[in-house]
Write a protein that binds this ligand. Structure first.
Ligand code: GLC
Ligand code: CA
Length: 575
């Protein structure tokens, strides 16, 4: 029963076959990830190689030249493991294999090797907070008796009430509904309850269990030994729980007083993981990286996750949630750069949030996960949202640090808000009884070519439709249509990434704010060969005069008579 124990094989060398390292950043070891452009690849919706309407690794392998020509340095794969897909793969039943719908472990090995040959590194998602309810450890726990060692790996507790008919406490699932589900014991009687901070199909691991800790360290070695370069850690602040499982009042802040968010003991987990990553190299082209998905409002608490003994870096969610407003963005940028422990990351979107074109096309341009229904009530001005998304792309790619690009962002895809109810897949939709539309609208299969769905997502003549329907308007947003158009979002991303790649000073190093009018962000980067590059972003309602410049490197829209129109960003060579 349970998981086989994998002994680490010889560590992958950092020799031939591994991409060359980038240049050194001040104050940091020479590490590839600190100023990389990282493409977030959602396998299910990227490209379908075998015609079943679902993206797969064969599809990714065919399209690696596209990613190489886009100019990215690494790919982060959303979970690719065997999964019942109750939460799109974030419910993992085997951490050491590949979902059969996506391919095989041999496909993953080939993909890693081929990506490396293109100079592209691989980051995979590891989900340590919870397993699938079909994971052998959990099915084993269900079959075992209350109080058994098998149940100790999860959170099983008797219910409250006269006959245990009430959940052990009042915690709510992040996807809606109670965070506890009652099991039926082997003799058929109603039994204990188990904790799931997400869907019932995602039982939470007990990180007080030594088995759990050992298991995950071994899973990391399994993938690092196969050549994986980095790990994205899912729900990283939630792992440790107060074992007394007290009710929440709602007023607790994340931190040691919170029963399950950002508790202090979580750090010992990542200190151990860092030691594992460091077994494979600590920098240069062979260094292995850990990036945490940590949503915390408090910068000081966030800072505790990063540093030499812990995670290399974390996602910048304040930037992703920030409205299209100069003062707010400037504050977030400054706060990010003040977090000296971690090289900055810049994130405009991911598979959990609304696509950036839609977000910026609404009267309220902020975003937050728990207020999606509110944001969806606004009309979306796609032309405005697209113009701002272009300006935001250039602002973002001019900042020092690593930039994350969620697949389809480079095409300017919008959030699809009119998916027919019966096709929606996100558990958030069902668990909130439709009150929250969920995240399917950001996960629509990519349009590659042609003039009608499936837009080359599946091979021509495939029997199956894409797993979520694509808007017919995306005919103008296919990779081939945008490749042919110099004014497309794709051409802008390609050009920005090319310039960024060829000017090391645009990737790492420092930035210096320049005086600017209200609603305008202006800063200089020093690419090291004399003249500075100035990024000027106009978020105000009217045109602003451009500073004197030698040449325009790139602009997100047409410049008029030495002035920068609203919702436009320019990269200028100055001085
Ligand atoms: C993270 C993932 C999200 C998933 C959740 C539960 O927030 O990004 O997609 O549903 O964790 O694993
Ligand atoms: Ca497929």
């Amino acid at each position: 029963m349970g998981i086989h124990v994998h002994m680490p094989s010889a560590h992958a060398p950092s020799g031939p076959g591994r991409p060359e390292s980038g240049r050194k950043a001040p104050g940091h070891p020479d590490s590839w990830w600190q100023c990389a452009a990282i493409y977030q690849l959602y396998v299910r919706s990227f490209a379908d190689g075998n015609g079943d309407g679902i993206g797969d690794l064969a599809g990714v392998r065919e399209r690696l030249p596209y990613l190489a020509s886009l100019g990215i340095d690494a790919i982060w794969f959303n979970p690719w493991y065997p999964s019942p897909m109750a939460d799109a793969g974030y419910d993992i039943s085997d951490y050491r294999s590949i979902e059969p719908v996506f391919g095989t472990l041999a496909d993953a090995d080939a993909l890693i090797a081929e990506a490396h040959a293109h100079g592209i590194r691989i980051i995979i998602d590891v989900v340590p907070n919870h397993a699938s309810s079909r994971h052998p450890w959990f099915t084993g726990a269900l079959a075992a008796a209350p109080g058994s060692a098998a149940r100790e790996r999860f959170w099983f507790r008797p219910g409250r009430g006269v006959s245990g008919e009430l959940p052990p406490n009042n915690w709510q699932s992040i996807f809606g509904g109670p965070a506890w589900t009652r099991v039926t014991e082997a003799d058929g009687s109603p039994g204990q309850w188990y904790l799931h901070l997400f869907a019932p199909e995602q039982p939470d691991f007990n990180w007080g269990s030594a088995d759990v800790r050992r298991e995950f360290e071994d899973v990391l070695r399994f993938w690092f030994s196969r050549g994986v370069d980095g790990i994205r850690i899912d729900s990283a602040a939630l792992l440790c729980k107060d074992a007394a499982l007290p009710d929440v009042s709602g007023g607790e802040r994340p931190g040691p007083a919170h029963p399950y968010t950002d508790r202090d003991d979580v750090h010992s987990v990542y200190q151990a993981w860092r030691a594992v990553a460091d077994e494979y190299g600590t920098g240069g082209s062979g260094g292995r990286m850990l990036i945490g998905e940590v949503w915390l409002p408090d910068a000081a608490r966030l800072a505790r996750y990063v540093g030499p003994g812990e995670l290399h870096t974390v996602f910048n969610f304040p930037y992703l949630n920030c409205p299209w407003d100069a003062a707010s963005l400037r504050r977030v940028i400054d706060e990010t750069l003040a977090l000296a422990e971690a090289p900055a990351t810049w994130v405009l979107s991911n598979h959990d949030v609304d696509r950036v074109v839609s977000r910026y096309g609404r009267p309220d341009t902020a975003f937050s996960l728990d207020q999606r229904p509110y944001f969806h009530r606004f009309p979306v001005d796609l032309a405005l949202g697209t113009r701002r998304a272009r300006a935001a792309a250039l602002l973002t790619m001019a900042l020092p640090g690593a930039v994350y690009i969620y697949q389809g962002e480079e095409l300017g895809l919008w959030e699809v808000q009119d998916i027919p109810d019966e096709l929606r897949q996100d558990p958030i939709w069902t668990r909130t009884a439709g009150a929250d539309p969920g995240r399917d609208g950001s996960r629509i299969p990519l349009p590659w070519s042609g003039t009608e769905p499936p837009f080359g997502f599946s091979p021509a003549g495939s029997p199956s439709e894409p797993w979520l329907p694509q808007p017919k308007e995306w005919r103008d947003l296919t990779v081939s249509a945008e490749t042919a158009s110099p004014d497309s979002m794709l051409s802008l991303y390609r050009e920005a990434l090319r310039i960024r790649r060829s000017s090391p000073g645009l990737r790492d190093g420092s930035m210096t704010w320049q005086p600017s009018a209200d609603g305008v962000l202006a800063f200089d980067r020093l690419p090291g060969e004399g003249a500075a590059v100035r990024c000027v972003a106009n978020l105000s309602a009217g045109p602003v005069a451009l500073p004197p410049y030698a040449s325009v490197l790139l602009a997100s829209g047409p410049l008029a008579d030495g002035s920068l129109p609203p919702d436009t960003t320019a990269w200028l060579r100055v001085g």
